[in-house]
Design a protein. Structure first.
Length: 254
């Protein structure tokens, strides 16, 4: 999903489907010159209708339990025409993958494809190459600090700049199903019974942040699905901004 631009405001109350109310207030977060490195966000664009995808799905499932990683599976819908409609696929996830391609100057998208920290792409990923990109991402000095407090669905998310950010940034809240088993009856993977991990169900842009001032975001989470918060650069993209580097991330619930 292409991030949505929202106006900066001293106080902004958001009604976000599936999340309850979120309150966005600037200048309320603690100022800190240091930041602990965030988990590395890995997005897998996949489809149950793609015969090359099961190994990538298994790789994502293998790394999903790690604390140093936020692994997210986004199922795309452009394989559905082959005879199996992926029940997890959403057009918004196809649009997000296309937006990554535009940001990289590419006209082509592939599955399976992993995007690491919003900036490095792996097509047909394998473990060794993925681990190399994870190590590279972890070695980068944090540019944005993030901390989460709260429980029982009521959370405070504090974000603050460690190094200046030039692009505007979008704050996103993502919900996912930790595991799912599907028996595929038709299409290229007919006959397979697949176990999937961290299947994204909702991806919402909830606020725009200028990257200059400490900021607090209050989020109320409804339901049992885990949630994460992601701060990501919003690059110029004509009609809509494009996803850039992921600057910070944290788990709201797990």
């Amino acid at each position: 999903m292409t991030p949505t631009r929202l106006p900066l405001a001293a106080s902004l109350v958001l009604a976000v489907a599936g999340f309850g109310a979120a309150t966005f207030a600037q200048d309320s977060a603690p100022v800190s010159a240091e930041a602990v490195a965030s988990p590395v966000v890995i997005e897998l664009f996949t489809s149950q209708g793609c015969s090359a995808c099961p190994p990538a799905d298994e790789l994502l499932a293998a790394i999903a339990p790690r604390d140093d990683i936020i692994a997210l599976a986004l199922h795309v819908d452009y394989w559905d025409y082959l005879g199996w409609e992926d029940p997890f696929a959403q057009p918004a996830f196809t649009a997000r993958q296309k937006a990554y391609a535009r940001a990289a100057g590419s006209r082509t998208i592939y599955t399976p494809q992993m995007i690491v920290k919003g900036q490095d792409a792996l097509v047909g990923p394998e473990a060794q190459s993925l681990e190399a990109l994870i190590r590279q991402a972890k070695a980068e000095a944090p540019r944005v600090g993030i901390s989460v407090s709260g429980e029982a669905g009521e959370y405070k998310v504090d974000i603050w700049p460690v190094a200046p950010t030039e692009a505007p940034n979008v704050v996103q809240v993502v919900r996912y199903a930790p595991e799912a088993r599907v028996k595929i009856l038709r299409g290229e993977n007919a006959g397979l019974e697949m176990d999937y991990a961290n299947v994204v169900t909702q991806w919402h842009a909830v606020a725009q942040w200028d990257g200059q001032k400490p900021t607090r975001l209050s989020v109320r989470i409804e339901g049992e699905e885990p949630a994460v918060v992601i701060v990501q650069e919003a690059l110029p993209g004509g009609k809509a901004p494009l996803p850039g580097q992921i600057l910070a991330s944290a788990r709201l619930s797990r």
